[in-house]
Ligand binder design. Structure first.
Ligand SMILES: [Ca+2]
Length: 124
């Protein structure tokens, strides 16, 4: 499984103060915000996108909570997705959220005309 961060995580387990190194609580595990599938209907291998810490998407899709791309191996490969952590996902034809796109879907079993053409995504 390929992991890719879409947002910078909270800085680690320690913080510097004038009194010296202070150890804080351990960093939270990253949160899965989306899983992309090689095939339609959530089939085949998967590409998982995580955001740092306990981050999740806000309720409205009128904003942009995160963006992500894909590894070169996954460029123009995804065919369906599921969103997590309250995230709906909008997929794009080109890198950098460019070109044709689909509406936001929390989950969608197929990309229609964008099947095997998706190169980036936005989460909200
Ligand atoms: Ca949102």
């Amino acid at each position: 499984m390929i992991m890719r961060k879409v947002a910078a995580g909270l800085l680690g387990a320690a913080a510097l103060t004038g009194a010296g190194l202070v150890t804080a609580a351990p960093a939270q595990a990253d949160t899965v915000v989306g899983i992309f599938y090689l095939h339609a209907n959530y089939g085949g291998s998967t590409y998982t996108v995580t955001a740092g810490g306990t981050t999740s998407c806000t309720a409205t899709t009128s904003d942009s909570d995160f963006t992500s791309g894909f590894s070169s191996a996954w460029n123009d490969q995804a065919s369906s997705h599921r969103g997590f952590a309250n995230c709906a996902i909008k997929v794009y034809e080109h890198a950098g959220q460019g070109g044709a796109s689909l509406p936001y879907y929390v989950s969608t079993s197929g990309y229609g005309v964008l099947n095997d053409q998706v190169s980036s995504a936005r989460y909200s």
